[in-house]
Design a protein around this ligand. Sequence first.
Ligand code: ADP
Ligand code: MG
Length: 245
Amino acid sequence: MESTEMIKIVNLHKNYGELEVIKGINLEIRAGEVVCIIGPSGSGKSTVLRCINRLETPTSGTIIVDGKDIMDSETDINHVRTEAGMVFQQFNLFPHMTVLDNVTIGPVKVRKISVTEAEKLGRSLLEKVGLADKAKNYPEQLSGGQKQRVAIARALSLKPKVILFDEPTSALDPELVGEVLEVMKQLASEGMTMVVVTHEMGFARDVADRVIFIDKGVIQEDNAPDAFFSNPENPRLRDFLGKVA
Ligand code: ADP
Ligand code: MG
């Protein structure tokens, strides 16, 4: 395996009972790459992300993250989740914890660093996402955009090798989308490996190194953003872009 390869998915299949959702996906993502995934609702985008950090167990296929086979019984699932952070559409913050505690609990529990050290790290991450002044607030006191920026800081707190974003701006009021995309853009420019399921075509066009179209459980198109948007080859993608653009 090439040393720059961060994620390798080989012939991934996922069924829910009789329902075949993922029907043979192959995907390689290099370190530092930003890959956006688009596609119709129900096409399996979330399922692919959830398989990468083992929130779902693949039916068959192989997923290697940073050189480790995540299905291997030797591989610690907590290690997999530490390496691949996740940011959800609905934020999933711990509601009974302060913003600072939300971003320090992972490092303390999983990485076993001291509370003092975790708070130092947590405060620097809140600073990074522009929320240093909200450390002692609770999630319910924040706007959706602020909550999502906390969720990104929390994902970063475990020093992941890759961050998986599942429609991170889909639950936000339109005027709050920009502040979250700005933080993601910053991360991308710092070289973070990112897989982003999104409907934000502007973000995909500007920030992604590659854009992937998933439909009917397979990758229908995988291309650089320019070619992807200006000259889509797949008829289903042309149809999809015609509806969303
Ligand atoms: P997307 O993120 O592209 O909208 P999903 O990956 O969430 O699509 O879902 C793909 C298909 O799998 C849908 O038909 C959905 O209803 C089904 N599905 C997702 N999760 C489950 C589950 N836990 N149990 C049964 N079916 C599921
Ligand atoms: Mg989804």
